[in-house]
Design a protein around this ligand. Structure first.
Ligand code: MRU
Length: 366
């Protein structure tokens, strides 16, 4: 598919990158400080990477996958003197630590599996430690590079769903800050803009951690795209008033039947979209699909600290002693989803057989 200009040209920051060869380190945008401060932090150990993922310095499913792959490199790069057996055991320990960082975004586990499978395959083929370390570097680089390319392809497919002059509602941040490339849900918007279409975005603030207010509105402004910030509570009346033409969101895990897990507050948007006959689109790479989970109810939902709800910007807003329920994600049933845009094309009205067909053709299932 030919695009007049690719979306990646619009953005001028790197969410996450590997610096140096081996030994090297990870440099990432410290997302907890945006938009007040744009600071990059250097991550040099597995423990620092686990902490960065948990506290959302790096966040968004595909970026978490890349961070996990780089976290593996940090954990094994000093192992040159170990036997290949010991390297494989160290790799297992490193992967277990990284896997505990956050439970919902399946890209984390997908990337760790890729790193482990690569090392195991090459180990069984008789490669020694140095060659195994080189193979792991290649695998991590490939995870990063393919994410950049995947975002571009999702952008091209998704842009075809956007008409000139449309206003798009989005939730949380599923943009460049959530990937190594130009985003998932925001990629079609960047591509439509690059293609010369007039597009406007309405961004939900996304309580409790305000990824929409802090991150989505920041990166859209960087890219010169018109963005209007609303409280999460405003989406319903905006839809009812006919101010939104379509909704684009990302995902942290998609079940085999097409149920979509994404940031808490996504499900009510899908219900509202159905009521107001507005298409609800999900944009996600195949690395976000979990072939081992049949339906959304089985997706593990992260519950985070109560202070995220009881406080705003470090200021307590709820009385001491109140109980707080703080799930970070919810599940939207497949029947509310108009289409899932992937790097392999668009799955309209997703269901079990359509998702399985795409996963099969991409070699993710037999
Ligand atoms: O808790 P976060 O900020 O990691 O949640 C991120 C989201 O919910 C995104 O919508 C999702 O990861 C898709 S991002 C490309």
């Amino acid at each position: 598919m030919l695009a007049s200009k690719t979306a990646s040209l619009i953005l001028n920051f790197k969410t996450i990158q590997w610096v140096g060869e081996s030994p090297g380190f990870v440099r990432m945008v410290e997302q907890t400080l945006l938009p007040q401060e744009f600071i990059e932090v250097d991550i040099r150990t597995v423990e620092e990477m686990v902490d960065a993922i948990y506290r959302l310095a790096v966040r968004g499913a595909p970026a978490i996958g890349v961070a996990a792959a780089y976290g593996v490199l940090l954990g094994v790069q000093d192992c040159q003197r170990l036997s290949s057996d010991s390297l494989i055991s160290t790799l297992d320990e490193v992967c277990s630590k990284l896997a505990a960082a956050r439970p919902t975004a399946v890209n984390l586990f997908w990337a760790l599996d890729r790193m482990q499978n690569r090392a195991q395959r090459d180990f069984e083929a008789g490669l020694e430690t140095e060659a195994l370390l080189e193979a792991l570097q290649q695998e991590a680089r490939s995870i990063f590079d393919s994410d950049v390319d995947t975002c571009r392809r999702m952008g091209e497919y998704g842009a075809e769903l956007i008409k000139n002059g449309q206003t798009i509602l989005t939730h949380c941040n599923a943009g460049a800050l959530a990937t190594a490339g130009c985003g998932t849900a925001l990629a079609p918007i960047y591509q439509a803009h690059a293609d010369g279409k007039r597009v406007a975005v309405w961004a939900d603030e996304t309580r409790p951690l305000l990824q929409g207010a802090r991150l989505t509105s920041w990166e859209l402004l960087q890219a010169g795209i018109e963005v209007t910030l609303i409280t999460d509570n405003t989406a319903g009346s905006a839809l009812r008033a006919g101010r939104i033409d379509c909704i684009f969101v990302g995902s942290d895990r998609i079940a085999r039947n097409g149920d979509v897990c994404n940031k808490i507050g996504t499900y009510p948007l899908a219900v509202l979209a159905r009521e107001h006959k507005v298409p609800f689109y999900v944009v996600a790479p195949l690395s976000t699909f979990d072939p081992n989970i049949l339906e959304g109810a089985d997706i593990p939902i992260e519950e985070r600290n109560e202070s995220e709800v009881a406080e705003i910007g470090g200021q307590r807003v709820a009385p001491e002693g109140v109980s707080v329920y703080n799930p970070a994600f919810d599940v939207t049933p497949a029947h509310l989803v108009a289409a899932i845009v992937t790097e392999h094309g668009v799955i309209e009205n997703p269901n079990l057989s359509k998702v399985e067909a795409v996963l099969r053709s991409a070699g993710r299932i037999e």
